[in-house]
Design a protein around this ligand. Structure first.
Ligand code: DGP
Length: 110
């Protein structure tokens, strides 16, 4: 979508260094981190939010959580605190489904 900030980043219209990229996902650090590690895992497909997922997104969701597991391992988070969060409703500020991975010391509420 032309007016979606995450779509523009995914299409590389806005420069951003990705921590990870596959055919279906990108990962980059949150611009305003709420924890020592705060990554956004973002499906390339423009899905607005949780309520817009369909059965055909099952494999995509599986890839999201496999990617979380890889990021957890790569960043030595297994023995520390980590959380995966999805905001919705008025807590969601960017209307393109994304998963927050927060690890280490928590600084503030996402
Ligand atoms: P949410 O409230 O769940 O929609 O969180 C959106 C997050 O996206 C928020 O923590 C800030 C982050 N964010 C928004 N725009 C950008 C951007 O242009 N670059 C980066 N790295 N993060 C962004």
């Amino acid at each position: 979508m032309d007016d979606c900030i995450f779509c523009r980043i995914i299409k590389k219209e806005i420069p951003k260094e990705f921590i990870y990229e596959s055919d279906n996902l990108v990962v980059f650090p949150d611009i305003n981190p709420s924890a020592d590690i705060h990554f956004l895992i973002i499906p390339k497909k423009h899905i607005k939010g949780i309520g817009d997922l369909t059965d055909s997104d099952g494999l995509l969701l599986s890839e999201v959580y496999k990617t979380v597991d890889k990021l957890v391992t790569d960043n030595n988070l297994n023995d520390k605190l980590y959380r995966v969060m999805v905001n919705g409703g008025k807590a969601q500020h960017v209307p393109h489904l994304h998963f927050h991975l927060l690890g280490g010391n928590w600084k503030k509420f996402v």
